[in-house]
Design a protein around this ligand. Structure first.
Ligand code: SF4
Ligand code: SF4
Length: 173
């Protein structure tokens, strides 16, 4: 494995100590780039869907259920709602709540929580954060570093291709 790939893998893992345990991401969640519950079911049932996407959708619906209207989210988390609408802006999108939130707001299955909870949040330009989420700043920094590494790799690849082409051209002269 190249150093660049190792570095990207490291940057994709955010330190769990950054979580301030506010629990908001368990209480209100969105799926992918703002799919509705019906669209997620369609994705799962469509034989042409990417298997990885189907697995992700199944894992998500194993714990999250559609729960809130847009009006409710706008009322209880106005800043988050504004962010979501700015970033995704789909009137048909659904907002979900985890089935395993206990009465005190904690996770009822903490020891056995699924992988998607354990790896959340993964740095990406589409990852949406609640205002005040302890991961946001680091996630953005890591995503920018990943982009820099990817750009460097592409430039390196382009230089190598150019050198190969030049060598081939010289050989045919
Ligand atoms: S399973 Fe637990 S950690 Fe995962 S979303 Fe539900 S309450 Fe949160
Ligand atoms: S919103 Fe962010 S800080 Fe709050 S529990 Fe979720 S990951 Fe942790």
């Amino acid at each position: 494995m190249s150093e660049a790939v190792k570095k990207i893998q490291e940057l994709l893992k955010l330190p769990q100590k950054l979580c301030n345990m506010c629990g908001k991401c368990c209480q209100i969640a969105t799926f992918k780039s703002g799919l509705s519950y019906e669209q997620i079911l369609e994705l799962i049932e469509n034989p042409e869907s990417e298997p990885l996407q189907v697995e992700g959708a199944k894992d998500f619906l194993a714990i999250f259920m559609p729960c809130y209207s847009h009006e409710t989210v706008k009322e209880i988390e106005p800043d988050f709602y504004e962010r979501v609408m700015k970033q995704v802006g789909k009137p048909e999108m659904s907002f979900f709540r985890c089935k395993y939130i206990g009465e005190n707001g904690g996770c009822l299955i903490h020891e056995d929580r699924p992988t998607l909870c354990r790896i959340y949040p993964v740095p990406h330009e589409r990852t949406m954060f609640f205002p005040g989420c302890g991961f946001e700043k680091q996630s953005i920094e890591n995503w920018n570093k990943i982009q820099e590494i990817v750009t460097e790799l592409k430039e390196k690849q382009s230089r190598i291709s150019q050198q190969i082409n030049e060598t081939k051209n010289n050989q045919t002269i």
